[in-house]
Design a protein around this ligand. Structure first.
Ligand SMILES: C[S@@+](CC[C@H](N)C(=O)[O-])C[C@H]1O[C@@H](n2cnc3c(N)ncnc32)[C@H](O)[C@@H]1O
Length: 376
């Protein structure tokens, strides 16, 4: 299940068409807390009674979740498979319900596929301004997905002993909070839209860094936002997919101007090959952004590198990070020890998510801010 397998038969094509059955069953079951009640073997009738559902309909659903490999069945009793116990039970530290809820709330959005190719789709901004529930689910999902990368980013050598760090499009602010924790003198700002302020300020308070970190309502693509701003480091984590290529260049130029001569920008993003096709999950994420925004898409990693250079940065390092997050899988990694303990030392292989690329670029002192070389 971790690697995408191209269709080889007519049946495989039907299976792609039916893939939404799996999504519907999983997202419904998780949203209703079904897996919470299946830690111990349980009869379908008992599950049905607990939720006030029809017994035979519940059995059909449980059978399908069993067929999907999320539940096991022994006679008439169903129980979570270890993978469901690890990630789909609310009381577990590794519970991923926040991210699945964000996925569930996108269900209707995919109806927009009909209009997306013409550019008349409802954007994420419009939806979140209107639907508080979807906005909250998104913020929680972003914090959850970031969790796997935060320690790695916060430990990056280029980010240590900085004085003032911008977390651009930083949403929950967890990256900045982790950095501030490691660097007691550091101050910083998260920039994002007003609707995420509460989420960020809550995280600052939880991490006891509210005295050094602030939230600023700012459009990171507008050069005006950067007027009078000086920083010695900036983070651009998983946000460049909101912009078209020209805006990408504008963002990098604005950041370059705002940074000190020894300043550094760290970019993390899902890796996409130059052809825009591989890996499958990244191409799918690009489609998701096209559907969700007015001009967003996932940019191939070489395009990002080139845009950084054009804006006057020296590309210092580009390497795959060890950790990963995202929605779909492309890589496997051993599950963390904490989970192995909670699951009685079963060797579960976690289906891991899309690999992220970490790019660190330092300001090039001789660069003329605003200089651009022609794009390919
Ligand atoms: C996918 S989230 C990533 C959040 C965080 N950087 C992380 O890696 O977890 C992208 C964030 O970009 C923000 N964003 C998108 N366009 C923006 C803009 N023009 N100005 C400021 N924030 C923006 C969104 O509101 C959202 O919070």
């Amino acid at each position: 299940m971790s690697k995408f397998t191209p269709p080889r038969s007519r049946g495989d094509i039907f299976a792609i068409g039916d893939a939404f059955h799996d999504s519907a069953a999983l997202l419904f079951a998780c949203a209703r807390g079904l897996f919470d009640g299946l830690v111990e073997p349980t009869m379908a009738g008992e599950v049905a009674a607990a939720h006030a559902w029809s017994a035979w309909r519940t059995a059909v659903l449980l059978n399908y979740l069993t067929a999907m490999g999320l539940l096991g069945r022994d006679g008439e009793r169903y129980s979570n498979e270890p993978i469901a116990n690890a990630f789909l039970v609310r009381s577990r530290p590794s519970y991923i319900g926040a991210a699945l809820e964000h996925q569930r709330l996108q269900w209707q959005l995919w109806d927009g596929m009909d209009t997306a190719p013409t550019g008349r789709n409802l954007t994420q901004n419009e939806r979140f301004d209107d639907q508080q529930e979807a906005n909250e689910a998104f913020n929680e999902a972003m914090a959850l997905l970031a969790r796997e990368k935060i320690d790695e980013v916060a430990a990056l050598p280029w980010l240590q002993n900085r004085r003032f760090v911008l977390d651009l499009a930083g949403n929950h602010g967890c990256y900045l909070a982790a950095l501030a924790h490691r660097n007691p003198e550091m101050r910083g700002e998260v920039w994002d839209f007003a609707r995420v302020r509460q989420s960020a300020e809550r995280k600052f308070a939880e991490a006891s860094v509210s005295d050094r970190l602030t939230f600023r309502e700012a459009d990171i693509s507008s050069p005006v936002s950067y007027a009078g701003v000086r920083a010695d480091a900036a983070l651009l984590n998983d946000c460049l997919h909101y912009f078209d290529r020209a805006t990408l260049g504008d963002v990098f130029q604005s950041v370059h101007r705002a940074l000190d001569p020894d300043g550094v920008v760290v970019v993390t993003m899902m890796t996409l090959a130059a052809n825009g096709v591989e890996p499958h999950a990244a191409a799918g994420f690009s489609l998701h952004m096209m559907l969700n925004t007015d001009k967003g898409l996932l940019h191939p990693t070489p395009i990002i590198e080139r845009a950084l250079e054009c804006a006057g940065f020296d590309l210092k390092h580009a390497s795959a990070m060890n950790s990963s997050s995202g929605y779909t899988s492309d890589r496997r990694r051993q599950i963390g020890s904490e989970l192995l303990e909670t699951d009685r030392n079963l060797q579960i292989e976690r289906v891991d998510h899309e690999r992220h690329e970490e790019l660190a670029a330092v300001c090039r002192p001789a660069a003329e801010p605003g200089r651009r070389t022609p794009r390919r």
